[in-house]
Design a protein around this ligand. Sequence first.
Ligand code: PGA
Length: 244
Amino acid sequence: MKIFAANWKLHKNPKETREFFQEFKALCSLRPQTKVLFFPQAICLEAALTAVSGTGISCGAQNIYFESKGAFTGENSAQNAKEMGAEWALIGHSERRSLFGEVDHGLAKKVAHAQSLGLSPMLCIGETLDQREKGETNSVLKLQLVQGLSLAEKSKPLAIAYEPVWAIGTGKVASIEQVRETHQAVRQMLTELGFSTSTPILYGGSVKKDNAKDLIQIPNVDGFLVGGASLEPKSFWDICSVDV
Ligand code: PGA
């Protein structure tokens, strides 16, 4: 199973969301060996869920809090997202870590909370350019996995998105060799931590139609998390429909 996930970040309003899906649904014919899902901003989640109802396309929240309700101004309730029909929660995206100060300890609680509600968490991990150049990639990723998954239930669904920070939104995609090595290392770390060998590991960072067809063939690349190239129906569908 290959997963093609769109991270819309803070783009699109509800009207643009509906228009996107009108066009996207006309293009897309889902294959049994692939899963397509969208992470719209919370304000557009309802529009997205209504648009994909009955199509087999899934949606998730870009961020959740680890409590379902209470005095937490500005946060998103995972329980509400689940009740609305969301199936996924994106957790620990590098923008959440670098711009909003999210740390592994809190992310672990979010992962566990999502799982407890029946949402599949997609935990994002990735090294900075400085960390890669210093040879710290594997130790950084290992720490993010160990801490981020410290409260996770191994028997419940979850996915990892490996996104080198230096490749996000920069047009700089990691090389085939870098992706091969790093996904293999992440797979080994997950196995050592006791997670199933079928835990999906997605690659993210400047994925486009042109690089998607080679990247998807790399062992342990179980799909993509796509930012910029997911904003236009045709450009995202071109990625979702690569040969797998
Ligand atoms: P990008 O974003 O595809 O625009 O690099 C990926 C992401 O941030 O998830």
